[in-house]
Design a protein around this ligand. Sequence first.
Ligand code: AVJ
Length: 325
Amino acid sequence: SPQFINLYDGKTTRQNVQSPASELAQSISAAAASASPKYFYNALGSKLFEAITQLDEYYPTRTEAAIFQANHSQIAQAISQTGISQPCLIDLGAGNCAKAATLIPHILPHQYVPIDISTDFLEDAAEQLQQNFPALDIIGLGMDFSSQLELPPQVQTHDRVFFYPGSSLGNFEPAQALDFLSLIANPAQGNASGLLIGIDLVKDSATLEAAYDDALGVTGAFNKNLLLNANSLMASDFNLRQWQHVALFNREQSRIEMHLEAKQDLTVSWPGQQRDFKSGERMLTEYSYKYTLDSMTELLQQAGFKNIKHWTDSQQWFAVFWAEV
Ligand code: AVJ
């Protein structure tokens, strides 16, 4: 069975790393309230995201899977052409590990390192995956990789393939995305040999907005679950019935914005503090930036990657990039 190392217990105070409770308190009490989208992912949030990926409206997961399916030998070839063999596959935000499961038979890693902030969910997924790949060296990491990317000594330092599928990079604002990619591209820091990354592309607003506001209301539940997670992390008293899901595409900024909107005047309290919300006031919970093939290529180049290749679907709705360090 896999090794599992939990570096995230929901209240760890590492040097220079704020605890979730104080980070949430700070962002929720700011003049423009917000909460980082990483707080969607407790055990229930990971299950709700898994449900989202099965919705008709949520095209990214199945479109990306089809791109991998159609191009897996070309992708494996691109990786081996860089001189990488028996890589360590580092899966950023692995969740249920389903995407890696389809990739592993093609790129044949020696070691697989799934990382996720949703520690219990990841531990179960890593155990399941080990059943399918009994010989694979799996090291699960419960970790908030957005705050630090330092990997424990068990993780192979050579031939590292960072795997960042699903367009999760879109959660970062462009400047942060560049910083994060630069960290991966810096061999002294992350020791990457290359990056395999999935990116959602700009398209018509109706398609984008339906993907983030589905008819069944699963994305609304996923969004509101952040409040349940906050209640458990910071001992706040958010009442979910007082909040409404909002998703809109901001074309100027090229991003989906998800908010929670107060349905009435209300007060949220947590130990030592409180925050009033006016009816209609919004709390930002997620940006999901959409790129073009050109803007993503440029971002990867700026971050220091070279020999950038991409694969896309016939509608150009989604793209998978391979970028060498
Ligand atoms: C996991 C960040 C890629 O931005 O599409 C899905 C999260 N939010 N529905 C995305 C999400 C609402 C998702 N990422």
